[in-house]
Design a protein. Structure first.
Length: 290
């Protein structure tokens, strides 16, 4: 074998080893990236605040036929790692079922779930106060409310469980240092507070609409005044056309006036509802003093 052949074989072997090393290096990098992605992806792609589950206070959620539940308050004490949820119930079926079961589950940034402990602190036909404990790191908490229909069924029928899921998250839950003690009067008074708050939000929305309509009316008056000012320069034909335009503006102005009256009437009704609830709160406080 000549020297050229030996040199060529040596170069081929060297290139092979070099290519093999490059391939192994690329393979290690790719595998490493896959593992990093797998373990880091829950954090990289964690849900934004808008994507987290949340149930609004004051919204009726159906549990089963004729049974609804509503969140009155949902508070979280970081120091105690506990939550306290006040729920109100409405049973229009009159089936006599007024007790409910509860379970809670949390989820953290890595989508890991944890079963939580629940305890019923207070329960009546209309309210329940639930304590949720053993909380660690969480982004969302789900509280399941359920009841079974077995009291209504004969022994040969299958038991059915009706349930609803309520949610809060770390961005929405009300933060408190300590939970206040609640009795039946406090629960009813807080419910009235929530109703008053919602009514005031409705009033605020209506008032915004009224302000917008009044601004439009001001623009209409300015436009009509501008047309009147320019009529002195118009021909008879142009003046006649502008009078029709003014008439259309005036009709539009009157329509907005009618809409404003309707909205103001709704606000008056809402204010009456607020007065009624504040009067009821005074009655509740008088009961407490007795």
């Amino acid at each position: 074998m000549n020297i050229n052949s030996l040199t060529e074989n040596a170069e081929k072997k060297q290139n092979y080893l070099k290519n093999k090393s490059v391939f192994i290096g690329i393979f290690v990098v790719v595998i490493s990236c896959i593992f990093v992605f797998m373990f880091a992806s829950p954090y990289i792609f964690k849900r934004s605040a808008d994507q987290m589950y949340f149930t609004e206070k004051g919204k009726e959620i159906e549990i089963g036929s004729g049974h609804t539940v509503m969140i009155e308050s949902w508070q979280y004490s970081k120091d105690n790692k506990e939550m306290e949820v006040v729920l109100s119930f409405n049973n229009t079926s009159y089936d006599g079922i007024d007790t409910y079961k509860y379970s809670a589950l949390s989820r953290d940034d890595s989508n890991k779930t944890q079963q939580l402990k629940t305890e019923t602190l207070y329960e009546s036909s209309f309210f329940s106060v639930i304590k949720i404990s053993q909380l660690k790191n969480f982004t969302e908490v789900r509280l399941s409310v359920s009841y079974d229909t077995s009291p209504l069924l004969s022994s040969d029928k299958e038991q059915q469980t009706n349930s609803a899921a309520l949610f809060t998250n770390i961005n929405k839950v009300e933060m408190v240092d300590e939970f206040a003690e609640r009795d039946i009067i406090t629960l009813y008074s807080e419910k009235l507070d929530n109703q008053i708050r919602e009514i005031n939000l409705n009033i605020s929305d209506l008032q915004s609409d009224i302000n917008e309509y009044k601004e439009i009316q001001n623009n209409i008056l300015e436009k009509v005044a501008e047309i009147r000012e320019n009529q002195q320069y118009m021909t008879d034909t142009e003046t006649a056309a502008s009078e029709q335009q003014i008439k259309n503006y005036e009709n539009s102005y009157n329509e907005y006036s009618s809409n404003i009256e309707d909205l103001e009437s709704q606000i008056d009704e809402y204010n009456s509802q607020i007065a009624e609830r504040k009067n009821k709160q005074e009655q509740l406080e008088n009961l407490r003093k007795k």
